[in-house]
Design a protein around this ligand. Structure first.
Ligand SMILES: Cc1ncc(COP(=O)(O)O)c(/C=N/[C@@H]2CCCCNC2=O)c1O
Length: 438
């Protein structure tokens, strides 16, 4: 345990802790973080996907410095400011026509999804919302209320919420079986307990990330879109973690061939600064004033960061980089399945990848302790990677969009060693005593 980590334990609250190992950093550049012990750490997490441009990207630093040096206030509540207007105009140009109405800015994916959950009910007069078991839409009261992640069990859900299963092709044995089962559940819901005309919105993740990096079966979300259109249900796509180039397309929903009514952005939009955005139809987004606001929403510094991220994604062709480097990672990880019995399934698109670890391939038994030991050992060897999943057994790869192929292969080599060490019983489970994970 390093000095900084010990000092943190005597000063910073644990309320926000989601800790897997004693990571303590003092700086970073590109795909690298600098540990307080001076170690170079290769970052496959990018702070849960927020550091989309890596660390210390000059375009982001320059944009933030300019916005702070000539500061157009610190909010958009009671004044327009140029950076937030420019960013709104840019986002409107990037989403499907049906969503290109107005843009709301927030600080986080949580406050964005919470705002959508309230606005769709208020604007449509429909009291119900559908979302998925395993979904993580946020950590605030109103976003937890429409989430389905087991880590939030016991926290109150929205009274009109229906949670339905997300199709899991690995658990179901095939994409076809997964899609059929998940769609049958929705048909049953509409036939027995929920009138579709009462449903304001269906919240989806185009890849369910905290639920285990679940990639939806081909055609599944086209069918969900068809049902939504048929019943006048707004399709809300939460692109907070896997959006904005991460999957090798600008929007992750493009892989499913759908056009959401409302698109939610966060995390990587700010490149490490707190900004989120909701882009949706004018009828929803202009339903009222003084409906959802916090003082620093739409501030010009974070809006400038968002503009710099979108411009850098275009200028450095990061959509193509995510696709290329991600394909290399997927094929390299799949090759490792031959060597490591722990690897049950490798899945993802671009730089949104999940590796599910199992202790029994036939039964697909979640390898919960081995997953925790693997990420701890990887950290000891110089790689930062976290885990997700309903059973906390899915390694999550969300590296900076700027990561190079060489860095990707170097990180996978470290992971290879970590898996070998865990499989050989060389990693002491007592290391996990102070790290509760999810
Ligand atoms: C699809 C999706 N939508 C919304 C959110 C909430 O974003 P914020 O944590 O910025 O409020 C998230 C946040 N995800 C969590 C953040 C907490 C740590 C666990 N890992 C995540 O990526 C998300 O993945």
């Amino acid at each position: 345990m390093t000095g900084l980590y010990e000092r943190e334990s005597r000063s910073v609250s644990t309320l926000a802790h989601l800790r897997f190992f004693p990571q303590a950093v003092t700086g970073g550049k590109g795909s690298m973080l600098r540990g307080d012990d001076g170690r170079d750490l290769l970052d496959f997490a990018a702070s849960w996907g927020a550091a989309s441009l890596g660390h210390g990207h000059p375009a982001l630093a320059d944009a933030v410095n300019r916005a702070l040096t000539d500061q157009a206030g610190a909010s958009y509540l009671s004044t327009a400011n140029e950076p937030s207007v420019l960013l709104a105009e840019k986002l409107l140009s990037l989403v499907p026509e049906r969503a290109a109405g107005r843009v709301w800015f927030g600080h986080s994916g949580s406050d964005a999804n919470e705002t959508v959950a309230r606005a769709v009910v208020a604007a449509t007069g429909r009291p119900r919302i559908i979302s998925f078991k395993g979904a993580y839409h946020g950590g605030t009261v109103g976003s937890v209320a429409i989430s389905g992640h087991p880590a939030q069990g016991g926290i109150e859900k929205a009274s009109g919420l229906s949670l339905v299963p997300y199709p899991d092709s690995y658990a179901s044995g095939s994409p076809e079986a997964a899609s059929k089962a998940a769609l049958a559940h929705i048909e049953e819901l509409f036939a027995t307990s929920v009138s579709p005309q009462d449903v304001a919105a269906f919240f989806i993740e185009p890849i369910q990330s905290d639920g285990g990096m679940l990639v939806p079966p081909p055609g599944y979300f086209r069918e969900i879109e068809r049902l939504c259109r048929k019943h006048g249900i707004l399709l809300v796509c939460d692109e907070v973690k896997v959006g904005l180039a991460r999957t090798g397309r600008l929007h992750a929903f493009e892989h499913s061939g759908i056009e959401p009514d409302i698109v939610v952005f966060g995390k990587g939009l700010g490149g490490g600064l707190p900004i989120s955005a909701v882009v949706g139809p004018e009828a929803i987004m202009n339903h009222a004033s003084t409906f959802s606001f916090q003082t620093l929403h739409g501030n010009p510094v974070c809006a400038s960061a968002g503009l710099a991220v979108l411009e850098t994604i275009e200028r450095e062709n990061l959509v193509a980089n995510a696709a290329k480097v991600g394909d290399t990672m997927l094929s390299t990880l799949r090759a490792l399945q031959e060597k490591h019995p722990l690897i049950g399934h490798v899945r993802g698109h671009g730089l949104a990848i999940g590796v599910e670890l199992v202790s029994d391939r036939e039964a697909r038994t979640p390898a919960i302790e081995q997953t925790a030991l693997t990420v701890y050992r990887a950290f000891q060897l110089g790689l930062v990677i976290y885990y997700v999943g309903l059973n906390s057994n899915v390694l999550e790869f969300t590296p900076p969009l700027t990561m190079s192929e060489d860095e990707a292969l170097r990180g996978i080599a470290i992971l290879d060693q970590a898996l070998s060490d865990v499989e050989a019983g060389k990693v002491d489970p007592q290391l996990l005593e102070r790290f509760a994970g999810w």
